[in-house]
Write a protein of this length. Structure first.
Length: 50
């Protein structure tokens, strides 16, 4: 576990909505399609757990 100070230093913008609010919009702005998002977040995990 990180101390709050270490966490702020290592991942200053991290929060529970980081993927949906920061990462995905940045990837979509660079050309990631909705199908690509579905593959990353739905199809691949489904295939792993089946």
């Amino acid at each position: 576990m990180y101390t709050p100070q270490d966490a702020a230093r290592v991942a200053p913008r991290w929060h529970f909505r980081h993927i949906s609010e920061d990462v995905l919009p940045a990837l979509k702005a660079r050309g990631l399609s909705d199908d690509d998002v579905d593959t990353l977040l739905v199809a691949n995990p489904r295939r792993l757990f089946e």
